[in-house]
Design a protein around this ligand. Structure first.
Ligand SMILES: C[S@@+](CC[C@H](N)C(=O)[O-])C[C@H]1O[C@@H](n2cnc3c(N)ncnc32)[C@H](O)[C@@H]1O
Ligand SMILES: [Zn+2]
Length: 304
């Protein structure tokens, strides 16, 4: 690429030419990504340069490292809401947790090595497969946050292009290095509060194990609205069910063990938020009936 071009006009490699890359390889931009990207600060169009993207509206520049666009707009409720929300507890520190590749590696190895985690991952694979299969093959799925790609093989089986994004550069680098699949993959950084894709530009969005790390209702609800804004067909999102047995037991024990409350949502609230964004909550299975409070919500857009 030579001089400045808008993304729509950019002559990037066709997705069929784009083999999954190792770190250090330049990652080509698939056309579907180019036509869907937007500025995470102002929603403006992005101009494509060799090693950065530039917003044609607000002029913000975003670096592109080895072809990996760094489009994560960090920060929490003060970036989209009133100033009051700056005073309460937020997930801002959590956004920084896996920026380094070593922290990312430790997180991902824990899932491979700990028996309990291996068991729950097996159950998660099964649930994800069932829910994704029910919606047929997609052209594009965004896995946000992808972490180090723990769920990538399961998601990739249901799409032609898998976009893998996380707020943490370390997770994205680790995943890109270790999770090469036969399906076309594209790696980038992004915040789930400011997803750098246009409205309904991606077939489906999968968001696992982020909602229950968000300490405020403002963040949890923002997350659901953003996922549904970007998804054309459906969203799969996990959350911790407020009314689950697991959470009720935790609440009962709290006066004795002092453990902090879980960050939860009710199924009814998830259903309401889906409806507000033109989607229906079609399924919401628990990861495990007695031993887990995590639910997998499948929200399908009702297209008129
Ligand atoms: C528990 S991990 C889950 C990763 C993956 N979905 C999985 O199930 O293995 C949560 C991830 O969320 C990322 N994260 C935290 N805040 C985020 C935000 N606002 N937007 C996108 N990713 C975020 C973290 O960097 C971390 O990789
Ligand atoms: Zn902008």
């Amino acid at each position: 690429m030579s001089s400045t071009q808008t993304i729509e006009n950019a002559e990037f490699q066709d997705s069929s030419c784009a083999a999954p890359g190792k770190q250090g390889d330049i990652q080509p931009f698939p056309k579907q990504v180019l036509s869907s990207l937007m500025c995470p600060s102002c929603s403006g169009d992005l101009e494509v340069h060799q090693s950065w993207l530039c917003c044609s509206t607000c002029d913000t520049k975003y670096p592109v490292k080895d072809g990996v666009p760094l489009l994560a707009r960090k920060g929490t409720a003060y970036t989209w809401k009133n100033e009051e929300s700056m005073l309460i507890e937020t997930s801002e520190a959590y956004q920084e947790q896996y920026q380094g590749i070593d922290e990312a590696r430790d997180y991902n190895l824990a899932y491979k090595n700990k028996f309990e985690k291996r068991l729950s991952t097996k159950r998660e694979f099964k649930l994800l497969n069932q829910l994704l299969k029910s919606q047929g093959i997609s052209k594009t799925i965004l896995d946000l946050p992808c972490g180090g790609g723990r769920l990538s093989p399961q998601i990739a089986a249901h799409t032609e292009l898998l976009i893998e994004a996380d707020i943490a550069e370390g997770q994205v680098l680790y995943g890109r290095r270790t999770m090469l699949l036969p399906t076309l993959q594209f790696w980038m950084t992004a915040s789930a509060f400011h997803i750098p894709f246009k409205d309904e530009s991606i077939d489906a969005v999968v968001c696992c194990r982020l909602n229950h790390h968000l300490p405020t209702e403002i963040e949890r609800e923002r997350l659901i609205r953003e996922l549904l804004r970007v998804a054309r067909r459906f969203v799969v999102m996990t959350f911790f069910d407020h009314k689950s047995l697991k959470n009720r037991l935790r609440q009962m024990r709290q006066p004795f063990n002092g453990k902090p409350p879980k960050m939860t949502m009710t199924v009814d609230r998830v259903r309401e938020l889906a409806k507000e964004s033109g989607a229906q909550l079609k399924a919401c299975p628990l990861l495990a009936r007695f031993s887990s409070g995590h639910r997998y919500a499948l929200m399908v857009k009702s297209r008129g």
